[in-house]
Design a protein around this ligand. Structure first.
Ligand SMILES: Cc1cc2nc3c(=O)[nH]c(=O)nc-3n(C[C@H](O)[C@H](O)[C@H](O)COP(=O)(O)O)c2cc1C
Length: 199
């Protein structure tokens, strides 16, 4: 495993890595990702989360097919990105056809007792971010994806998820492909988004 990096370096350089090597990821690394996830906050500390780690090639391939079906349908909706950020667009399109080739797919899931919304997500996305930061610290690549949500029912059936459990994201995880690097990320300046006291 690579040496620990500082938290702020991890936050400043963690970015979407969609080109991944097919090499297996050591189980102890995956365990660290999930451990990091379980340190996250959740509403009233309910920790209604589960993390499905898919390594089985057949299941990865089927999830890849679902992601491809959803992603190809979504491409026309995100076509505008091509003009704004071609590298982002190209890598997202690449992943649509290659997600199932990632050696590990992680699906963070959240239990719920009815219709889900922003606050349901608030109890699982901190855990997702911890996974992304831990992956960065360990020299792994990943990206938060959600295209598969268009076929949530198919994903749930494939993985045997109970009725009251919903997937929050589908994270391909692996070592970054040769030449693929972490950040710095491209984000708005702080003074464009910071409001002291009032809007
Ligand atoms: C809610 C959410 C949904 C996303 N869904 C997808 C997705 O389905 N496919 C994909 O390739 N990237 C997806 N992304 C990744 C974003 O495109 C990426 O985080 C953003 O462009 C910033 O990229 P960067 O960290 O490389 O700068 C998603 C990110 C978020 C936060």
């Amino acid at each position: 495993m690579s040496a620990d990096i500082g938290l702020f370096e991890a936050m400043n350089t963690q970015r979407a890595i969609r080109y991944l090597k097919p090499d297996p990821v050591p189980e102890e690394m995956i365990a660290k990702l999930i451990e990091a996830a379980t340190r996250a906050p959740s509403g009233t500390n309910q920790q209604g989360w589960s993390f499905i780690v898919v390594r089985d090639a057949g299941l990865r391939s089927k999830l890849g097919d679902i992601y491809q079906k959803a992603g190809r349908a979504a491409i026309p909706r995100i076509r505008y990105v091509e003009a704004v950020n071609k590298r982002l667009f190209d890598s997202a399109v690449y992943l649509v056809d290659h997600l199932g080739e990632a050696p590990v797919l992680i699906l963070p899931c959240i239990e719920h007792s009815g219709p889900t919304g922003l606050t349901t997500g608030a109890s699982i996305y901190p855990a997702v971010q911890n996974i992304l930061l831990a992956a960065r610290a360990l020299g792994l690549g990943s990206v938060l994806t959600t295209f598969h949500k268009a076929y949530e029912g198919e994903v749930k059936e494939l993985l045997g998820l109970p009725e009251n459990v919903e997937t929050a994201a589908l994270l391909p995880v692996g070592f970054p492909a040769d030449g693929v690097r972490y950040g710095p990320t491209n984000r708005q300046p702080v003074d464009q988004v910071l409001h002291w006291d009032r809007w």
